[in-house]
Ligand binder design. Structure first.
Ligand code: ZN
Length: 149
């Protein structure tokens, strides 16, 4: 598995280009600094501060950078970990995974498969009563919630 940090080019872990890749100067112009820090520099928002941590409104969560549909509200669950948590992405190919050793342990980073933006990490085997036993721990600031019409 390729390794993070995020600014390692414009290719997915399998070597194919991100279809919505963008120049870093364009991302800087498009995203506010906090969004840029998380999405493009693999930052993490502080727990319990994100706008979607407790959101239960039905709808889709898009990538805040490129608009790709990433997660659905029906796979969101109350993990009480301080970040929005999903047990699966909207589709298997909507996200890609990278090995992240940045905190001295191995975690699996989750990125948008369309633009390469950092979303968060996925953890497994924590015992949450969900269909997958996976917790996609995602920064609110990487997402944009689109309520169901
Ligand atoms: Zn994206």
């Amino acid at each position: 598995m390729p390794t993070t940090p995020a600014q390692d080019g414009y290719a997915r872990p399998d070597g194919t280009p991100y279809p919505r890749a963008n120049d870093e100067t364009k991302w800087r112009a498009q995203l506010v600094p906090q969004e840029y820090h998380v999405l493009r520099e693999a930052g993490t928002e502080a727990p319990f501060t994100g706008e979607y941590t407790d959101t239960v409104t039905p709808g889709v969560y898009e990538c805040r950078a490129c608009g790709a549909e990433l997660f659905r509200s029906d796979a969101k669950f109350a993990s009480h970990c301080g970040w929005p948590s999903f047990y699966s992405p909207l589709a298997g190919d909507s996200v890609v995974y990278l090995e992240d050793r940045s905190l001295g342990r191995v975690r699996t980073e989750v990125r948008c498969a369309s633009c390469g933006g950092h979303l968060g990490h996925v953890f497994e085997g924590e015992g949450y009563p969900t269909p997958t036993d996976l917790r996609y721990c995602i920064n609110s600031i990487s997402l944009r919630h689109v309520p169901e019409a």
